[in-house]
Design a binder for this molecule. Structure first.
Ligand code: ADP
Length: 489
């Protein structure tokens, strides 16, 4: 960008929006939360607790129970009883009624859920309001529709549930991941013990209140908050028939190793290093928005983020110029402001990981551009960043950063694009941008990834299967395929 252009853009960015904060009055966060076991919240005082904070301000939000191995065991026993005596006996059309009820209650309490999610996670309210919460409701609606049609799902005449499902979820989409896990499991007739992530337990606890409102039979869903030790206790509990895990590749590997000799069913949704591939005939205006959405949506805390941009060499200069201009327009700051595009990094730990990899990018010789926005003093923040002159051997091109950091590489031919996109140990998602359907199909056939988007990115829909290959894990969530993970097929 020339100096003159830069000055013009800086002036444009000086035009201030009036603050448009969402009110937090709609939520009343309790000071302490117990565990949700057998349809009731336990007394918080009976557990060791841990604090969950607002990552945008570092202010404490609540103290949440740290589930012990004994707590996990009580939850599993409750889930087993509910499975044997109630849920597995109930006709699908009756189970469906509960799922529909949960979906409608999520809609009814959507503003409250969005506010809690934003306070606990740091994501912009616009995203929790327009993406996380409506999609969570949509998952329950969608799987409610399957509950009485399992024999038509293509998994045999009388597919059976697995039993008790232990479900461990991450902090990047707390409510949505809970919905991805619970809705298909319940529709298929399983009962559940859900372990939310330690930095974002609150929306799952509101969901527990919703489950009570929906009068779901006690024990069908148990929510045990805690840390890695709580998750580990769930994984090693002999009463669990299935572990569904979304999180880091490192922990996923550990879980698979531990469960390999047992009969426990496992599905893993792990990390990624998605390639967003832009051909010279791509619709460029849309592609720029797709690149931005691919990496800066949810601060880049997205396992399928388009964190590697592969641009055809003939348009690389133009794309890079437009990208720099576009990221300067991103509004970074208070996640509760309805105009905010990029919110807070979820934790101090994640922020230091981002810093480490970005420093490595600079040290290894890539060229860094970070936006000139002013970051708040308190809380965890990272300015949107684009690296150019990245080589495939750089750590920023190989390791998952899980932050608002894009690495740009170039290619000349479709073959080279495919080779570079596949040059990763992961295989979760890719995007292909081209006007030519035949080219997109040619490339898509050769990409090793579970999800491939054409002329779009980060599109999620409950009817569409999502999941990885290689070190991104195995098993699918969403769609008819998502039922398979919870049926004995
Ligand atoms: P991240 O690096 O994104 O935080 P993790 O894999 O550490 O991802 O965490 C994802 C989820 O797995 C969280 O709910 C976390 O508490 C849980 N977890 C962490 N360690 C273990 C473990 N050893 N066994 C089971 N679950 C774990």
């Amino acid at each position: 960008m020339s100096e003159l252009q830069h000055q013009t853009w800086s002036r444009l960015n000086d035009l201030e929006y009036a603050p448009a904060p969402e009110s937090r009055d709609i939520v009343s966060i309790r000071p302490n939360y117990g565990l949700f076991i057998d349809g009731q919240f336990t007394d918080p005082g009976s557990h060791q607790g841990f604090q969950t904070i607002n990552p945008a301000t570092e202010a404490p939000l609540a103290t949440v129970a740290l589930g012990s191995a004994a707590d996990v065991s009580r939850a599993v026993i409750s889930a087993r009883r509910a499975y044997d005596q109630v849920w597995s006996q109930m006709p699908g059309k009756e189970r469906a009624k509960y799922l529909f009820r949960i979906a409608r209650l999520i809609q009814e309490r959507s503003r409250e859920l969005a506010v809690v999610e934003t306070l606990d996670n740091g994501k912009p309210i616009r995203e929790s309001r327009d993406v996380d919460v409506p999609l969570a409701a949509a998952h329950f609606f969608y799987y409610a529709g399957w509950a009485d049609k399992l024999e038509h799902a293509g998994f045999g005449a009388q597919p059976r549930p697995l039993g008790v499902a232990g479900q461990i979820i991450p902090w990047n989409f707390p409510l949505l991941m809970a919905a991805w896990k619970l809705a298909p499991a319940l529709a298929a007739g399983n009962t559940c013990v859900l372990k939310p992530a330690e930095t974002t337990p609150l929306s799952a606890l509101i969901l527990a209140e919703i489950l009570q409102q929906a009068e779901i039979p006690p024990g069908v869903v148990n929510i045990v908050t805690g840390d890695g030790s709580t998750g580990a206790a769930l994984v090693s509990h002999p009463g669990v028939d299935k572990i569904a895990f979304t999180g880091s590749t490192e922990i996923g590997r550990r879980i698979q190793r531990e469960l390999a000799p047992s009969g426990t069913h496992v599905t893993l949704e792990l990390g990624g290093k998605g390639a967003n591939i832009i051909f010279e005939d791509a619709p460029l205006d849309q592609a720029i928005e797709g690149i931005i959405d691919g990496i800066f949506f949810n601060q880049g805390h997205v396992c399928c983020a388009g964190s590697r941009l592969l641009v055809q060499e003939s348009i690389a200069d133009e794309v890079q110029r437009r990208l720099v201009r576009r990221i300067e327009q991103l509004r970074v700051g208070d996640p509760m402001d309805k105009n905010t595009d990029v919110g807070a990094i979820n934790s101090a730990e994640q922020l230091s990981r981002i810093h480490e990899l970005v420093d490595a990018g600079v040290a290894e010789g890539a060229s860094r551009y970070s936006t000139t926005c002013t970051l708040p003093d308190k809380g965890f923040w990272f300015a949107p960043t684009v690296f150019t002159e990245v080589s495939q051997t750089h750590r920023i091109a190989r390791e998952e950063i899980f932050g608002p950091v894009l690495s740009v590489l170039t290619f000349r031919t479709p073959e080279e694009a495919v080779a570079k996109a596949n040059n990763t140990t992961y295989g979760l998602a890719c995007g292909v941008w081209s006007e030519k359907g035949s080219r997109t199909l040619w490339v898509a056939e050769r990409l090793r990834a579970g999800v491939i988007w054409s002329n779009t990115y980060n599109k999620f829909d409950p009817t569409s299967p999502f999941g990885g290959v290689r070190e991104s894990g195995f098993g699918r969530e969403g769609g008819r395929h998502g039922l398979e993970a919870y049926l004995n097929v």
